[in-house]
Design a protein around this ligand. Structure first.
Ligand code: FES
Length: 495
C-alpha cells in the first residue's frame, strides 16, 4: 500500500504548495521516485494530514456546486450536495479498506501457492526415500489460520487509510493532467474544460477562440479518458481522431490524463493579437493614478505572459503601450494603471473615458517574464509604478506554484502611493512562502542591506526589477556589486 503520488497531488493532499514539497525534497526530507513521492514519506513529514481538518470538503462542495449541470439543479430525485459529499467520502473510505483487503488476500494466496509447491516437492522426495512427508494438510490449516489472524492485526494504518480515502475523494472531484513533453501538471476541477484549467493554472497552451471554432487548442490524448462538454464547429480529420487528437476547449477530463500539446515557452512563441474590448471599470487612486479594468469578449481572450505589455487604443484616437498588471490566468480581465500626465492618452483617461466604452487591445509585447521553470527564490523589486508588471509576475508565480519562495520590495516616493497595499498584505497573510517589505524612497544601499539580511544567498536568487530607467540602473548596479550574475536580473523600464 506504499503508493506513489505526483508532487501536485501530494501538495493538494497535505494542503501545502507544490513549491513547499519541492523544497522538502531539495533539503533531503523527502525522496522522489521518478518525480513522485511515497505516501509514507508524505505522512512522515506531514503527520497531521487529515480530511476533516483540511477544508477540502468546503472547497470540493463549491466545485461540486459549480460542476452540477444546470438541468440537474432542480432535480429533486438527487440527494442534497451535503448528503452526496458525505456518501462519497464514506464510499472512498470503504473502497480503500476493501482495496487493502484484496491486496492482503492476494498476498496470502501467493504464500499458499508457494507453500503447496513446497509441500508437493517434499512429498515427492518422501515417496522416493520412503520417509513420511514433514508437513501435513492439518499443519497447513493451522498455518493458514495463524496467517489470517496476523493479517487482520496488520490492517492498513489509520493515517494511511485516511490519506488514501482523501485522495480517492479528490479524484472524484478533480483529475490531474500531465503535459508532454514539458511534464507540467495541473488539475481539472468540476466540469471546467481542460483549456480553462490549464490557463487558470498558468500554463501557456495554444488556443484561439476558446469555443470550438479555430482548432488552435488541438492536443493529443496519450492516456486517460475525456468527456466532450459541447459540440464544436471545428472538424477534426478521421486520421486526427484515430491518433487521439481533441480540442481542449471543448473537453473535460474524466480520469487523470497525459496530453501531448504545444506550449509557449518564450514571448516569441505568442502571436500578436488585436482584440476589440471594453472598459469594465475605472478606479481613481490617490496621487493621480487611474486603475483601468479592461474586459475582452468571452470568446477572444488575450494570450500573454505575465510581465508583458499591451497597447490600448481609445475610440477617439490616443493610444499607449502599458504593462499588464494582472495574471494571464485570467486573460479576459486585464488591469492597467495610468499615471496622470500632459499627454493626450492620459488626459483622455482622466477626463473623458468611461465604463463600457470600447477600446482596441493589441499585443502582447516585451520580454519581462518569469524564467522558464525556475524554482529558486525570486526577489521582485518594484520601483514606483513598476508594481504593475511585478504584480502580474507574482500572480502568475502563485498560480504555477513552482517558485520556492518570493519576496516583494516595493519602494515609492511617498507613503500614500502604495495603492496595491491590500493586495500585497493579502498575499503575505495567505502564503507561507511570500514576504512583503513596503519601502518609502529607499536608497539603493539600504535596499542592498535589506536583501543581505533577508536572503540566505543573494547570488542564487532571481531578481525582477521594474520602474524608471535611472532607478533600475542603480539597483542593477548594487546587485552586480554584491556578486549577482547579470543573467539573474530581469528588468522592465517604464519610461
Ligand atoms: S481554442 Fe479555438 S477551437 Fe479550441
Amino acid at each position: 500500500m506504499n503508493e506513489l503520488l505526483s508532487l501536485s497531488r501530494a501538495a493538494r493532499l497535505a494542503g501545502v504548495t507544490r513549491a513547499e514539497i519541492q523544497k522538502r525534497i531539495r533539503h533531503g526530507e523527502m525522496q522522489t521516485f521518478e518525480g513522485q513521492v511515497a505516501i509514507s514519506d508524505l505522512l512522515r513529514v506531514y503527520p497531521s494530514v487529515s480530511l476533516e481538518k483540511s477544508g477540502d470538503l468546503e472547497r470540493v462542495e463549491q466545485i461540486k456546486a459549480d460542476a452540477l449541470p444546470r438541468s440537474h439543479d432542480e432535480d429533486t430525485r438527487l440527494p442534497s450536495q451535503d448528503v452526496l459529499i458525505t456518501r462519497i467520502k464514506a464510499l472512498a473510505e470503504a473502497l480503500v479498506q476493501r482495496v487493502a483487503r484484496v491486496e492482503d488476500l492476494e498476498q496470502l494466496l501467493d504464500e499458499i501457492r508457494d507453500r503447496l509447491d513446497e509441500m508437493s516437492c517434499k512429498s515427492r522426495e518422501a515417496d522416493a526415500t520412503d520417509a513420511s512427508p514433514n508437513e501435513t494438510p492439518q499443519d497447513l490449516s493451522v498455518w493458514l489460520q495463524a496467517r489470517r489472524a496476523a493479517l487482520a492485526e496488520t490492517a492498513v494504518e489509520a493515517a494511511q487509510t485516511q490519506l488514501l480515502a482523501k485522495d480517492s475523494f479528490l479524484r472524484i472531484m478533480s483529475a490531474s493532467v500531465k503535459m508532454i513533453p514539458s511534464g507540467h501538471e495541473f488539475f481539472v476541477d468540476g466540469n471546467e474544460s481542460i483549456l480553462e484549467a490549464a490557463v487558470r493554472s498558468g500554463l501557456r497552451l495554444n488556443y484561439g477562440c476558446a469555443s470550438g471554432n479555430c482548432g488552435e487548442c488541438k492536443a493529443r490524448l496519450i492516456t486517460g479518458e475525456v468527456y466532450r462538454l459541447r459540440e464544436h464547429d471545428y472538424v477534426l480529420s478521421e486520421r486526427e481522431k484515430q491518433m487521439g487528437y481533441l480540442l481542449t476547449c471543448s473537453h473535460t477530463a474524466v480520469t487523470d490524463l497525459q496530453l501531448e500539446a504545444a506550449e509557449a515557452h518564450s514571448p516569441a512563441d505568442l502571436p500578436e493579437q488585436e482584440i476589440q474590448a471594453h472598459i469594465r471599470k475605472l478606479e481613481p487612486q490617490d496621487e493621480g493614478l487611474m486603475l483601468v479594468h479592461v474586459q475582452t469578449p468571452r470568446t477572444n481572450t488575450l494570450r500573454f505572459m505575465a510581465g508583458q505589455r499591451a497597447r490600448l487604443r481609445l475610440t477617439d484616437g490616443p493610444e499607449q503601450e502599458l504593462p499588464i498588471a494582472s495574471c494571464p490566468c485570467n486573460g479576459r480581465n486585464l488591469l492597467f494603471s495610468v499615471r496622470r500626465g500632459d499627454d493626450a492618452f492620459s488626459k483622455a483617461v482622466f477626463e473623458t473615458l468611461s465604463a463600457r466604452q470600447s477600446v482596441t487591445l493589441t499585443g502582447p509585447y516585451g520580454d519581462f517574464v518569469l524564467a522558464e521553470d525556475a524554482t529558486e527564490p525570486a526577489v521582485f523589486i518594484a520601483l514606483g509604478d513598476g508594481i504593475a508588471p511585478v504584480k502580474s509576475l507574482i500572480e502568475h508565480a502563485v498560480s504555477i506554484d513552482s517558485i520556492e519562495a518570493f519576496h516583494l520590495y516595493w519602494s515609492v516616493p511617498a507613503l500614500q502611493m502604495h495603492y496595491h497595499q491590500p493586495w500585497c498584505r493579502a498575499l503575505r497573510d495567505t502564503l507561507d512562502n511570500f514576504a512583503y517589505t513596503p519601502l518609502v524612497d529607499a536608497a539603493c544601499d539600504d535596499l542592498l542591506a535589506l536583501l543581505e539580511s533577508d536572503l540566505e544567498d543573494l547570488k542564487t536568487a532571481r531578481y525582477y526589477v521594474a520602474g524608471p530607467s535611472s532607478a533600475i540602473e542603480a539597483v542593477a548596479e548594487v546587485l552586480s556589486r554584491a556578486g549577482v550574475a547579470s543573467e539573474r536580473i530581469a528588468t522592465e523600464r517604464l519610461d
